[in-house]
Design a binder for this molecule. Structure first.
Ligand code: ATP
Ligand code: MG
Length: 561
């Protein structure tokens, strides 16, 4: 114990240390981007366990995505060693599932209930129409629960059973929630049932990075934490370790008009005087913007045409930049194609990251079902996934089995490939594999070590950092995103500004913002103005590239299909 504990907090700065070593009771850590939230959270848990004799099995750490949960677990393992395995690290969905597995009868479920897969959900939806009650009945008839019920059902069970609440509160005496700004109403109610008003609940997050209200998240729960949890202690982290001073200044100015954090401050830990300004490129067209990205990547990495393919890192002019240091971020997936094309044409390796759930991929549902029904398949789970894929492909080909709409051998092959890493992580545990699949395991082709430029949406970029960031399409209409016939509300615009803030704050050393003068959206080419979110940023923080004066063909309204 002692050896693990020694110097645990030495790797934190003074405020991070205050947060990590705060006494029990409600604790809210308001921390901006790059201030070391995950670092602080994991060190707090480790410190409590290693130095204050808190039992790991009394700790429950909750995050929102499976990837984030896995990362938390890895970091805790690193800090605490094997005892970290006794900490419950969960997503809200997997936590709800665990409660339902322990008390199925209280929720009116059989012990062997399952989570409906997409085919089963679609079938029940089709039959039930708009009638939500009928929908649930149809699922129950097959011993199924809907994914959304994984949180609502435990809430209903706990609401009616104070004794059960007492048992859970006794088990998880220390609760930690990361990315707390993304909590929604039901998750919040679950938290309030699990943590008493004066309980050891530690919430950490940044209201200015709340970007999931379209999924029901409500930053109001963050803002009223201190009212709901009596005498909550508040710790702010304001020292940013990620970004250069110009990037940080631009970010802070960009969020200022609608910041949700009173007196928002972010102090640069990095004071490198040589840091480049924020690049700004007004492009004439989408093609011009893509070429700007290619040219700049070329400059940074040091001459694509005579680069040696097998050298991992190439010295640029001032710094050493490799392809894996570079990310291109955009608001909508549709923006990726022209940039990918231009990069690929120039010989730049790229990897695109999607934020899709595995279970939404064609082919995945049928393989999962095959696995469930064919217990006889031997070998490791990964081998069984492969075998199930082969069996299905064969049966579709000789049609002893009708392939569900649009699923052919190609989809099955892809699905096997996508499922293999998850199967490997789950070893031989089929129920674990199926529940992870159902609770939102993500397609994650991103390899942080791959020698490739990463392309991803602003939403998917949350929590990540890159030495070089391009934020393309900084235009009114894309940021904030506008849909035809539905003017955005003030709240929508504020959320889009937060998304812009998330994008800017991913950058460590170099940030480039580009906008195009004309773009095709919704089938029509339109003139575009730069995003109004650029306006609050001091012009002195920008270095302007190019002088592409948009050529404006008069009265040309190009209609495309
Ligand atoms: P975001 O809001 O974007 O998710 P975050 O608050 O989670 O950001 P981290 O990603 O944990 O921030 O940390 C940002 C960077 O700062 C990381 O590279 C991390 O290693 C570094 N960092 C954090 N705290 C310290 C510290 N005390 N000393 C040195 N580096 C630190
Ligand atoms: Mg983070």
């Amino acid at each position: 114990m002692e050896e693990v504990g020694t110097g645990l907090l030495d790797r934190l700065d003074a405020m991070q240390r205050v947060a990590a070593s705060a006494p029990g009771g409600p604790l809210l850590i308001v921390a901006g981007p790059g201030t070391g939230k995950t670092r602080t959270l994991t060190h707090r848990i480790a410190y409590l366990c290693a130095e204050l004799n808190v039992f790991p099995e009394h700790c429950l750490a909750i995050t929102f995505t499976r990837r984030a949960a896995e990362e938390l677990q890895v970091r805790l393992d690193g800090l605490l060693g094997p005892v970290a395995e006794d900490i419950t690290v969960a997503t809200f969905h997997s936590l709800g599932l665990a409660i339902l597995r322990e008390h199925p009868a209280a929720a009116g479920l059989p012990a062997d209930f399952r989570i409906a897969d997409d085919t089963e959900r679609t079938a029940a939806r089709a039959e039930a129409g708009e009638d939500e009650a009928t929908y649930v009945k149809l699922l129950r008839g097959q011993d199924l629960v809907d994914l959304d019920e994984l949180v609502t059902l435990p809430v209903r069970v706990l609401r009616d059973d104070p004794e059960l609440v007492r048992q859970y509160r006794d088990r998880w005496r220390w609760i930690f929630v990361d990315e707390y700004q993304d909590v929604d109403a039901v998750q919040y109610e679950l938290l309030r049932l699990l943590a008493p008003p004066d309980g050891n609940l530690c919430a950490i997050g940044d209201p200015d990075q709340a970007i999931y209200s379209f999924r029901g998240a409500d930053v109001a729960y963050f803002l009223r934490f201190s009212q709901d949890f009596a005498d909550a202690r508040l710790v702010r982290l304001t020292r940013n370790y990620r970004s250069s001073a110009p990037i940080l200044a631009a970010s802070v100015q960009a969020i200022a008009p609608t910041s949700l954090v009173p007196g928002r401050r972010l102090d640069p830990a990095r004071l490198d005087l040589e840091a480049p300004l924020v690049g700004r490129y007004p492009a004439a067209s989408v093609a011009d913007e893509a070429n700007f990205v290619v040219r700049t990547v070329d400059d940074l990495v040091g001459g694509l045409s005579h680069r040696s393919l097998d050298s991992g890192r190439i010295d640029g002019r001032n710094s050493t930049v490799s392809f894996s240091d570079i990310a291109v971020l955009y608001r909508t997936d549709a923006q990726a194609a022209p940039i990918v094309d231009a990069l690929v044409r120039a010989g730049v390796p790229v990897q695109k990251r999607s934020h899709n759930r595995l279970r939404d991929r064609p082919g995945v549902a049928v393989i999962a079902r095959e696995l469930r029904h064919a217990d006889g398949l031997g070998g490791s789970l990964a081998a069984r996934v492969r075998l199930a894929g082969q069996v299905l492909a064969e049966r579709f080909a000789t049609p002893t089995l009708d392939a569900p709409g649009g699923i052919g051998p190609e989809e099955i092959r892809n699905a096997v490939e996508l499922l293999t890493p998850l199967a490997q992580r789950c070893g031989d545990d089929l129920p674990l594999f199926l529940s992870q699949l159902a609770t939102g395991a993500e397609v994650d082709a991103l390899d942080p070590r791959a020698e490739a430029v990463t392309l991803l949406t602003l939403h998917a970029a949350k929590g990540l950092e890159f030495p070089v960031v391009f934020l393309v399409g900084c235009e009114d209409g894309l940021l904030p995103l506008r849909f035809p016939g539905r003017p955005p509300t003030e709240d929508d615009v504020a959320e889009e500004r937060r998304l812009f803030f998330v994008g800017l704050t991913r950058a460590q050393d170099r940030l480039y913002l580009s906008h195009v003068a004309r773009r095709v959206r919704h089938g029509q080419e339109r003139e575009c103005a730069p995003t109004p979110f650029l306006a609050p940023i001091d012009a002195g923080l920008f270095e302007r590239f190019g002088d592409a004066e948009p050529r404006r063909p008069k009265d040309r309204q190009l209609r495309l299909l």
